[in-house]
Design a protein around this ligand. Structure first.
Ligand code: GUN
Ligand code: ZN
Length: 441
């Protein structure tokens, strides 16, 4: 017999019908049609999936004989989705003093070289995944290691943990140090092997991951385009318009291109399953192409601030596409917490006189990302039947948080203080497919 568990607590999630435009931005709108907020609710999980959710008063009879876990006034909500991160960069987080291109040369490439050794790769990968779960992120679009053994190991560890993840071996076949560059053929062969072994295996999706136009030959990008044609369900991720010097270098390197995005587009890499990291210095023509192709933006404000890359203009990009998701860019980003990302997204928008409400940012970090990634039938909210990846948040995790959260009037304010003041310490537990994957001590 399958056993069900009932989790009691305060519950928040977006409904299936929620979109970036239709979600309310403040209590004043008094519109509960796009989200569910239950101050005393119950989430029932059975065989790794949501089987029911509702107010405690309505479900108390039903759960009488079930296993129950009472989280009191803690908030039970779907896990975060980080759409841009480097699983291989934990060792160089918080590296001083350089902008993108010098930072890659001085810190990132040497740091990633430890992944040619499966032993050190395994320890690093497991540290990274533990830290991700500590931060309440249950799904990510992530750059995996360059080398086959380490990339395979990454899939293996993700599979063991049952995580829904989109990743692939990073591809780089030019202008990188010898110790971190493979031939075009080797890059391609590794991708082929990993696609065969891991794409659509359990909860894993393979992602073609050309690092960026400056690390990739036209040949490898063409081969990626061919793999995408062969396997239309593959995701693609790369970097775009992150830094002014990078944009200039791409112009020089690809004189035939209309703009940076055109380089990727030439090889069939700009699709509705393509996640483009950063997108800060976009031209109007690039924005038009993003709109036409429905490519997904991953806005990475903590990284952009840390590396001094620039201010993403969310107001402008929203005029073309609502396919905007959020990423830590761990490595460049100095936190794996989506709270930190939502916080900096607010500040970056404020610097440009644009207000980004708490609900909209929470949507981008959860259900909105699931929708953009075409995973919303599986994850991102608590509609019965969805996979039970959820987190438990303690809004009173520190003396000041307790003091401040006791003064909030509604869910809009609660989300706002969590994303402004919260970090990994507010995550009490992270569940993957209904099983505890992290629990704060
Ligand atoms: N562009 C190419 N590689 C990288 C990387 O590792 N991090 C960031 N932030 N940008 C990149
Ligand atoms: Zn990145």
């Amino acid at each position: 017999m399958r056993t069900a568990t009932a989790y009691r607590g305060s519950i928040f999630y977006f409904k299936d019908s929620a979109t970036f435009e239709n979600i309310p931005t403040s209590k004043k709108e008094n519109d509960h049609s796009q989200y569910v907020y239950l101050e005393d609710g119950v989430l029932i999980i059975e065989a790794g999936k949501v089987s029911a959710v509702g107010p405690y008063d309505e479900l108390k009879e039903k759960i009488k004989n079930m296993k129950q876990v009472n989280y009191g006034d803690k908030l039970i909500t779907p896990g975060f989705i980080d759409t841009h991160q480097h699983s291989t960069q934990s060792s160089i987080v918080a590296a001083y003093g350089e902008h993108l291109l010098e930072w890659l040369d001085d810190y990132v490439f040497p740091g990633e070289s430890i992944y040619d050794n499966p032993e050190s790769a395994k320890a690093d990968i497991n540290f990274f995944l533990d830290h991700l779960l500590r931060n309440g992120t249950t799904t990510a679009v992530s750059y995996g290691p360059l080398f086959y053994e380490a990339a395979d190991l990454f899939f293996e560890e993700l599979n063991k943990r049952n995580m829904r993840f989109i990743t692939g071996n990073i591809l780089m076949d030019k202008d990188s140090p010898d110790y971190l560059r493979l031939t075009t053929q080797d890059n391609y062969d590794i991708s082929k092997r990993l696609i065969e072994k891991w794409n659509n295996k359990n909860r894993l999706s393979y992602c073609l991951s050309p690092r960026f136009a400056l690390s990739c030959t036209e040949e490898i990008m063409e081969l990626c385009g061919a793999l995408k044609k062969e396997h239309p369900d593959l995701y693609i991720q790369t970097h775009l318009d992150e830094n002014v010097a990078e944009v200039e270098a791409v112009k020089k390197e690809y004189p035939w291109s209309k703009n940076y995005l055109d380089v990727y587009n030439r090889f069939g890499l700009v699709t509705e399953r393509t996640v483009l990291g950063h997108c800060i210095h976009l031209t109007d023509a690039e924005l038009e192409k993003m709109k036409e192709t429905k490519a997904i933006v991953s806005w990475c404000p903590i990284s952009n601030n840390f590396l001094g890359s620039g201010l993403f203009n969310v107001e402008r990009v929203l005029k073309y596409t609502h396919n905007i998701t959020l990423g830590t860019d761990w490595g460049g980003g100095n936190s794996l917490s989506m709270f930190a990302v939502m916080d900096d997204a607010y500040k970056v928008a404020m610097l440009q006189n644009y207000k980004l409400p708490s609900m909209k940012r929470w949507y981008m970090a959860t259900f909105g990302a699931a929708k953009s990634l075409q995973l919303d039938s599986k994850i991102g909210n608590f509609t019965p039947g969805k996979e039970a990846d959820f987190i438990v948040i303690d809004p009173k995790a520190s003396p000041f948080l307790k003091y401040r959260s006791e003064k909030v009037n509604d869910i809009f304010e609660l989300l706002f203080i969590l994303m402004t003041l919260g970090d990994e310490k507010v995550i009490s537990a992270t569940y993957i497919l209904g099983e505890p994957a992290y629990q704060a001590v």
